[in-house]
Design a protein around this ligand. Structure first.
Ligand code: SF4
Ligand code: SF4
Length: 330
């Protein structure tokens, strides 16, 4: 492809991300009665300005992530930015400015509570529905682009230059933890334990997760918290099979193994490479693409592959990120 054609495709991709962001946020602005965009909460009509700014941001961010040599860096930056904004709003909300909170009714910012909360309360399906819709669209990329806690695990894992393979039992540890979380939530509900004490269980669960990141992810360089502890990561992987996006290794791969060291999700063992598909724990992050001398690693979606499929994936995931940036708060 000529450089002019590449340039115009890049501009088209940026425009698509901006338009998709504008559409998603406009739906929220028009359809949700309580103002969801922060600017709208302070000044009627200002939500539209925020939508314009976030759409422009999505277009710009798309141009950054599209550059395959730098996409891993920009993925981490956009992910970290979202986590920062998310927790900053929570801190300001807790400090007393409730407009920074979603509803004023606090929840615990631990992903496992997306499941445990509704099981304990017997109501409150907003987060499970949002999670399900997102995962059906972008699959396990929830865990590599959008989750407010996963960004922490990534930050600590990146303190080590190269990731290590994780023990095989980690494949089942999240299933066991999911079962445990659901059972505990059911028992707490059954005995009628007060919400504050139940919240304590959630907070302890969150702190154990942080300890795992600090003590284990930092050491292994792999996303150990997400791959061995967080039940939502397992659910995102299973339900993510409903998403049309896949990462595959094209014919021509000579099994050099260079990509293995770029995968923090323990999904590119030599066995996986021989099968020409990343392992089960792949989160579609795309960090391995730059490692391949022959561009054999690629996204696939609806019959598209290579650069076209990658553009579609980036448009969708960046637009979701920009939308979350505008509306996701607790
Ligand atoms: S595994 Fe859990 S904490 Fe990690 S990114 Fe996924 S949902 Fe977030
Ligand atoms: S195989 Fe590639 S796309 Fe999948 S998680 Fe590993 S680095 Fe990311």
């Amino acid at each position: 492809m000529s450089s002019d054609a590449k340039k115009s495709r890049g501009i088209g991709t940026m425009g698509a991300a901006a338009v998709l962001t504008a559409v998603l946020l406009s739906i929220v602005q028009v359809k949700v009665t309580r103002p969801m965009l922060l600017a709208e909460r302070f000044l009627a009509g200002a939500g539209w300005v925020e939508i314009a700014l976030l759409s422009a941001y999505a277009g710009w961010m798309t141009s950054r992530v599209l550059d395959v040599r730098k996409s891993a860096l920009w993925r981490r930056r956009l992910w970290g930015l979202f986590s920062l904004v998310f927790f900053l709003q929570l801190a300001i909300g807790l400090a007393g400015i409730e407009r920074f909170l979603m509803t004023g009714a606090l929840h615990i910012p631990v992903p496992a509570m997306i499941v445990a909360g509704p099981v304990y309360r017997g109501s409150g399906l907003f987060m499970p529905i949002l999670f399900t819709i997102t995962v059906v669209i972008v699959g396990p990329a929830w865990c590599s682009y959008l989750c407010y806690i996963g960004a922490w695990d990534s930050g600590l894992a990146h303190l080590r230059k190269r990731p290590m393979a994780l023990p095989k039992w980690r494949r089942w540890s999240r299933v066991a933890i999911l079962a445990l979380v659901v059972c505990v939530a059911l028992v707490l509900r059954w005995v009628g334990l007060h919400g504050t004490i139940a919240a304590g269980f959630g907070i302890v669960f969150g702190f154990v997760g942080v300890a795992i990141m600090v003590m284990w992810s930092r050491k292994t360089g792999s996303m150990t918290h997400c791959l061995s502890y967080c039940p939502m990561g397992w659910i995102a992987t299973v339900m993510g099979k409903l998403s049309p996006f896949r990462v595959r290794i094209a014919i021509g791969c000579d099994h050099c193994g260079a990509c293995t060291h770029f995968c923090r999700y323990d999904a590119l063992s030599m066995d996986d490479i021989r099968k020409r598909r990343p392992g089960w724990s792949c989160t579609l992050c795309g960090d391995c693409f730059r490692a391949c001398h022959g561009k054999f690693l690629e996204y696939r979606v609806f019959g598209l592959r290579g650069d076209r499929a990658r553009s579609v994936f980036i448009v969708v995931v960046v637009a979701l990120h920009a939308t979350f940036l505008g509306v996701a708060r607790i």
